[in-house]
Design a protein around this ligand. Structure first.
Ligand SMILES: [Zn+2]
Length: 294
């Protein structure tokens, strides 16, 4: 398994970063305007990161874009570029592959590198100008921060990450409450979820979101796990919570259907590979699998 180092110390040295860009170990991936990764055409190797090497293709860059330094994976210095920086030759030999498909097929380490690339690339287009004074910004630390170029301002920008909570609500016994949100296909049920609001603790958000979406009062919160979710820049924080088994009062703006499900009903759906459950690999599915196996 690969070891990945985000090079927090080295990246603060601009000289180090430009030397890395010229080194023999320089590797890069390219993301298109929607941050889908470009692979060599007709590849069947989407279980690997699509890394290109400058030694093979120095003429592929059309601009002197600096790219974003992602880090060191077993000695390879990995950068990420926007497809805007690439010339026609590179573009004609590659094609985008859907980012969700890629993320779920990579190893955990490569998936984390890829999601970092995607989140930074999506964010970088929003910080080209200072939100405070409108001046242009400059890239710092290999692309993980930006700074306003105006002498009088110098505001610094760091990647924005939106925390969201996702909860499996159980009755403390053999049932869980699930809902079908607006974004979910007909017949599919998942955990309640939502974004944190300013001034709120994570626990407050869990209690509020479940109450808003389902009308249930939860307690006995138990942290489960978290998952980066760069669509565009969220982190999902998973909990198991308990509620008294009462009728659900749904927030019809967000939740189209919802009810209590029994363990045997979910076990059957799990076994048959039914579309009723959330996608494998998602935090919602991990929560459900955890509960089914406990
Ligand atoms: Zn400024």
């Amino acid at each position: 398994m690969f070891v990945f180092d985000r090079l927090d110390k080295e990246r603060r040295d601009n000289g180090w970063v430009s030397t890395a860009r010229r080194s023999r170990n320089f590797r890069y991936m390219v993301l298109d305007s929607e941050s889908h990764p470009l692979y060599v055409r007709d590849t069947d190797r989407i279980t690997e990161l699509p890394l290109f090497s400058a030694n093979v293709s120095p003429s592929h860059f059309k601009t002197n874009s600096q790219g974003v330094l992602l880090g060191d994976r077993d000695g390879e210095l990995i950068f990420c570029f926007d497809s805007e920086a690439m010339g026609p030759e590179f573009m004609s030999m590659t094609e985008p592959v859907d980012s969700r498909l890629v993320a779920q097929n990579l190893s955990p380490v490569d998936s984390s590198i890829f999601l970092m690339a995607r989140a930074l690339n999506l964010w970088s287009v929003t910080v080209k100008f200072c939100g405070r004074c409108g001046s242009t910004t400059e890239q710092l630390a290999g692309g993980v921060s930006y700074r306003c170029e105006s002498e009088n301002c110098r505001t610094k920008y760091y990647p924005k990450i939106d925390p969201a909570v996702i909860m499996l609500v159980t009755d403390g016994d053999d049932q869980v409450a699930l809902g079908r949100g607006r974004r979910h296909p007909e017949g599919m049920f998942s955990c309640f979820a939502g974004f944190l609001e300013p001034g709120e603790s994570i626990e407050d958000a869990v209690i509020r979101e479940v109450k808003e979406e389902s009308g249930l009062n939860v307690d006995e919160l138990q942290y489960f796990a978290s998952q980066a979710w760069p669509y565009p820049s969220a982190i999902m924080i998973g909990f198991v919570a308990q509620a008294r088994k009462t009728e659900l009062i749904l927030d019809s703006d967000e939740i189209l259907e919802g009810r209590w499900f029994s363990r045997s009903e979910l076990e059957a759906a799990n076994k048959s590979g039914s579309q009723m459950l959330p996608r494998q690999g998602s935090l919602a599915r991990q929560l459900l699998n955890f509960w089914l196996n406990s």
